[in-house]
Design a protein around this ligand. Structure first.
Ligand code: ARG
Length: 243
């Protein structure tokens, strides 16, 4: 009897694993144009469209859940989700915890402040610079700029709001996203050059999966290659990044 029950449980487990028709994605969705919650409470953005395109290739259904950025990797490891797509840099440090697909977007980081206020990053000494908790920007600031007061936020949106309100002197973020903020806030401008240090900002953005989930990793990489080859990627890129 006991054996039968175990066999039945095993059968269910392997059935659902091989069917694998739902892939649960998690992200922190206050990060347009990568991910954001629209007026009808739906998560939208480049990452969502890309994940849906990959899921179509894999004949799988995607679900998307919005949660705090610094909880994404722990939740993935605890199996609450199958994958993270969240404008996340593929870094050596994260690779110790999770696996990443091939990169789907080039990345770099940059400081912004009120136009004309700071000539270069050295001028930010002793100033308050905001960034999101758990990001590569936070780690870089802590390690490389101890002379700067790093102020962590739950979301970049709140950091930019505080910059506009004068509660912060600068914000440090991803160039692709910063470009959107600069378009919307004409009195903000970049400070210094783009930062590309691969130890901190990695080798592009990737989709994270659990280290032992090689089946999903292979499927995602195959699907990514297909959406790149058939023009879907290009269409989505121009939809979200070129105006
Ligand atoms: N690219 C940065 C990182 O990987 C920030 C990503 C923030 N993403 C987000 N959806 N809030 O740490």
């Amino acid at each position: 009897m006991k054996k039968l029950v175990i066999a039945a449980v095993l059968a269910t487990v392997s059935l659902s694993a091989s069917a694998a028709d739902t892939i649960r994605f998690a992200m922190e969705a206050s990060y347009p144009p990568f991910e954001f919650v629209d007026s009808s409470n739906k998560i939208q953005g480049f990452d969502v469209d890309l994940a849906n395109a990959m899921c179509k290739e894999m004949q799988a259904t995607c679900t998307f859940t919005n949660q705090a950025f610094d909880s994404l990797i722990p939740s993935l490891k605890f199996r609450r989700f199958d994958a993270v797509i969240s404008g996340m840099d593929i870094t050596p440090e994260r690779l110790k915890q999770v696996a990443f697909t091939n990169p789907y977007y080039d990345n770099s980081a940059i400081f912004i402040a009120h136009s004309g206020q700071f000539t270069d990053v050295a001028a930010l000494k002793g100033k308050r610079v905001g960034m999101q908790n758990g990001t590569t920007h936070q780690k870089y600031l802590m390690d490389k700029h101890p002379e700067i007061t790093a102020v962590p936020y739950d979301s970049y949106q709140n950091a930019v709001l505080d910059l506009k309100n004068g509660r912060l002197d600068a914000v440090f973020g991803d160039t692709a996203v910063v470009n959107e903020w600069l378009k919307q806030n004409k009195n903000l401008a970049a400070v210094g050059d783009k930062v590309t240090d691969p130890t901190y900002f990695g080798t592009g953005l990737g989709v994270a999966v659990r280290q032992n989930n090689t089946e999903l990793l292979t499927k995602l990489n195959d699907a990514l290659a297909k959406v790149k080859a058939d023009g879907t990627y290009k269409t989505l890129y121009s939809k979200w990044f070129q105006q």
